[in-house]
Ligand binder design. Sequence first.
Ligand SMILES: *[C@@H]1O[C@H](CO)[C@@H](O)[C@H](O)[C@H]1NC(C)=O
Ligand SMILES: *[C@@H]1O[C@H](CO)[C@@H](O)[C@H](O)[C@H]1NC(C)=O
Ligand SMILES: *[C@@H]1O[C@H](CO)[C@@H](O)[C@H](O)[C@H]1NC(C)=O
Length: 207
Amino acid sequence: MEEASSPPMTDEQPKEGKWRNKRRNICIAVLAVVVILFLVILILALTVFKAKRPVITVKSMNLTDLGVSVDMARMRALLNMTVGADLSVRNPNVAGVKYKDSSALLGYRGETIGDAPIPAGRISAYSTEDMNIAVAVMADRLMSNPRVFADVMAGVLPLTANTKISGKVSLLSVFIIHVTSAVSCDINVFFSNRTIDYHQCTYDTKL
Ligand SMILES: *[C@@H]1O[C@H](CO)[C@@H](O)[C@H](O)[C@H]1NC(C)=O
Ligand SMILES: *[C@@H]1O[C@H](CO)[C@@H](O)[C@H](O)[C@H]1NC(C)=O
Ligand SMILES: *[C@@H]1O[C@H](CO)[C@@H](O)[C@H](O)[C@H]1NC(C)=O
């Protein structure tokens, strides 16, 4: 009642104060939105867009159980062998990586001649896991390829070995990022000294 009847001078002051309050609230709200946006972008930048694929390294490979028998009359070669690979898989993420079941494959001229399972597992943040894989060649499959005989006679059998690790990284239990790493190596099996050469490894990695 008092305010209503007061002169314009005194009426304007609280109005101005209210406006100032309103303006301050809008400023705070805008600032809060900006800060939240900034934090969201920062978190995304540090997490989602920074999720890295596991790093596979081939530490060593060896050849065991090599058995060769050549049937000169029928131009056939029988082969037994097991290729062993010592891999390390490093998880460079701030969170653990859970990887799915996969396998290591051995190929000969485009044909799969052996595989070994890699069971699913988990690698903790920033840690490295060693994997020892042994792939036995399926002699019958190798035998059915007519080029084996010529390669055995030449003394070198070219093989490829490859494996892929696929998994997911769960960041802040909110962002789940799929990561895949693969490695493929060209191997030469030398019959003269029963060794393998595996220096041509290519690492294919993508998020
Ligand atoms: C391959 O392995 C099988 C079973 O172990 C054996 O019977 C065969 O003699 C081997 N062949 C060669 C060429 O070593
Ligand atoms: C060959 O490699 C496998 C797998 O890494 C390993 O377990 C085995 O001891 C190695 N054998 C030899 C003779 O080096
Ligand atoms: C085995 O023999 C091949 C060719 O005959 C040669 O290139 C390779 O260096 C030899 N490896 C070892 C370990 O002697």
